[in-house]
Design a protein around this ligand. Sequence first.
Ligand SMILES: *Cc1c(COP(=O)(O)O)cnc(C)c1O
Length: 224
Amino acid sequence: MTALADRIHEIRTRISVACEACGRAADSVEILPISKRQPASLIREAGELGFTRFGENYVQEGSAKALELPHLDFVLTGPLQRNKAKPAMQAFREIYSLDRPELATRLRHLAEELDLVCKVWVQVDLWGETTKVGGCPEDGLPVLMDALGNDARLPLQGFMAIPPPENPEAFAAVTHLRAVWQDRLGQPLRISMGMSDDLEAAIAAGSDQVRLGTAFFGSRTMAP
Ligand SMILES: *Cc1c(COP(=O)(O)O)cnc(C)c1O
């Protein structure tokens, strides 16, 4: 097996152990490989192993890879500035970092102008000062959801979160938030949380998708 296939095998083992520990089915957790600062050759190899969707953190880097690897889909998991919204929508199938109403308004205008559909995830930060990774605070969500509306061009997938590690309650807070908003919106919502170092805690709390960079690809080799 290649080093990449080895790492993927290890990840799958970790996920099934974590699922078993909390009584979930191993296939209830999706892997989203995060390919930021990884070379296109390695992403191509992951594509050959059956992965078709990759998360990128920088609009420019991700757009270049989307052009180079047109048979694969790329999604944006890194922060999005308003002035990069247009190239982002052109390159990425999904945007994970919707975290403020102005950005929702901008994405809606662009989706209409460009005549495209882009799935969106709302990034939440329920922990304020402790993380500083971006995200909408809980009390900002009603305004953000209003701005997003029920726009068929921007179908809402769920919540993306980066909880501070080693605090099980931080992970559980996202699951609670999901339940509240599923009720309010009357639609199923998914949770994307858990990275290379904390996927077990995220799965125990109910995450549907783990975003794995280094555990999947190895250490990041390209300059940021
Ligand atoms: C880099 C990154 C990841 C993956 O991080 P690893 O620790 O390498 O698994 C996941 N999500 C986001 C938003 C990231 O920026």
